[in-house]
Design a protein around this ligand. Sequence first.
Ligand code: ADP
Ligand code: ASP
Ligand code: MG
Length: 405
Amino acid sequence: MALYVYKFGGTSVGSVERIKAVAERVKKVHDAGDSLVVVLSAMSGETNRLIGLAKEMQEHPNERELDAMVSTGEQVTVALLSMRLHELGCPACSYTGTQVKILTDSSFTKARIKDIDDKRIRADLAEGKVVVVAGFQGVDEDGNITTLGRGGSDTTAVALAAALKADECHIYTDVDGVYTTDPRVEPKARRLDRITFEEMLEMASLGSKVLQIRSVEFAGKYNVALRVLSSFAEGNGTLITYEESQMESALISGIAFNRDEAKLTITGVPDLPGIAFKILGPIADANIEVDMIVQNIAADATTDFTFTVHRNDFSRAKTILESICADLGARKVTGDNNIVKVSIVGVGMRSHAGIASTMFKTLADEGINIQMIATSEIKISVVVDEKYLELAVRSLHSAFGLEQA
Ligand code: ADP
Ligand code: ASP
Ligand code: MG
């Protein structure tokens, strides 16, 4: 007898029919004698709809109230699934994050899980019930409802699998695994049988939203056997693993992209110690996260300083830079929020030279101008104009031989 945690995403519970189909799948596992905890997202589109409602009340909604409201999407689906299981004669019980309880810190809209009380879940499982838990939400020390950030149901599932020492955690979604790149952008993308935690973490943090970053971090830390599979088709999906052996021959495992970034430049900055701090200090004080940073070598005792932020923070960051520009003795501030970041990821990069030059040549051959470059041991990222996103992804996908056989 095994213990599984299954998570079904928004599309998988997007209608009454789909919830019924999930119930059938769950009942089969239960009838086979295995123990099952099911984590659900809200119906697809519901979280966005709720956020939209909130914004009609308040331009920047109060985050405590926002979390109290958006968490209701998941409360609906878990109760519906549990009802359907009852209808099928399968014992089940639904819980919110507060009921379980999934204890988090108090960072509303991006809370981190601190602890999971598994007593109720274990007692239900011992009685042969299927336990259905609302994803994406928790409760802080003061009893306030919190949410874990967009895509957070993945993290709920992995955290429960870790707490319960489940045999496997399955993430059921609308694709049948992790692909070499988003199949919506490159239809020739290939499903990977396996990907390492390290690569999955890079892919997720560079924009592949198939798994929330924190869920991968959690799974890596607690050694959770994590698999991404389709809700709609049979198959083994993709296993996230520590083993690299299978992928020795691949230089690059995948291509990720992020459309959520914007670029800011402050030109003619005096080339003096402390300047980077003077520029980025006020940005950090405003709680704005900075991603890539490039500072040019000074030609005439002044330099240009460029960095990227989330698009939502673009206008705030630009206003801050404009307010410090004169004090710094800099020339001017420019910005561009029509940029994207495209990254290639692969542990094979460690042992092979020439990958960066292949990437740059491929983009040059397509006439794509590279605006910024950043590298780490297993990834190379470039910032390009957003109109080149598809072209960049597809040409790199082909240049590194990632297509289906
Ligand atoms: P869910 O609602 O089930 O959580 P998501 O929309 O969060 O589903 O994640 C699945 C989506 O992730 C896919 O439909 C796909 O477009 C996108 N995606 C992005 N990058 C990849 C990738 N490398 N492999 C598979 N899917 C990807
Ligand atoms: N419903 C939440 C969202 O749309 C959480 C999730 O689906 O994982 O972000
Ligand atoms: Mg998701």
